[in-house]
Design a protein around this ligand. Sequence first.
Ligand SMILES: Cc1ncc(COP(=O)(O)O)c(C=O)c1O
Length: 219
Amino acid sequence: MGEHILVTQQKKYFDMNDKIWLSSPHMGGKEIDYIQEAFDENWIAPLGPNVNGFEQDLINFLDEDVKVAALSAGTAALHLALIQCGVSHGDEVICQSMTFSASANPIVYQGAIPVFIDSEEDTWNLCPFVLKEAIKSRIANGKKPKAIIVVHLYGMPAKMNEILEVANEFDIPVIEDAAEALGSSYNGKKCGTFGKFGILSFNGNKIITTSGGGGIGMP
Ligand SMILES: Cc1ncc(COP(=O)(O)O)c(C=O)c1O
């Protein structure tokens, strides 16, 4: 019986180590101390000195001029950004087509309609040329898109100069989905600090993780 359990555990270990993980959580060694401290000080709440410190660390890392709020998930951050952009029922929102579904889900949560835009081949992110054509065509159809969600997929920065040029031409706010791009830069500036809003994710498979969590940045 004991031997059977051991063999099963060993099999599990080898199966796990045969995999190439997308991004498995990494422990620095102090996590359990901070968890114990939170219990000892009774900060068992999604606020308190650790959350304040985390938000300040993100500001220090991203850009001193950016305001950051920690949230429950990257999806919640996108949802909040859409609400702040005034997106509501029946509106159209442009969204990069090649991404994780969470980039588009909050559009639907608001009762709005995603307009998916293909990627270009250099970065695999939102194509500025197709973006411009789509905006012109939606306006000709009688509906100007309410926001643009651009994704820095797999940490690769999108072509922000060209995308912002198009967005500014038509005066449409840009929401940067930087869920996978904490630490990426474009022309020396951190991803997530270009748009009207930038969002981050701290889900288990992200660059740094809080198990589940997200953040919204407002440059
Ligand atoms: C590109 C992208 N956008 C949004 C999200 C949503 O983040 P969360 O899982 O924290 O809600 C994720 C990850 O899950 C993601 O990879």
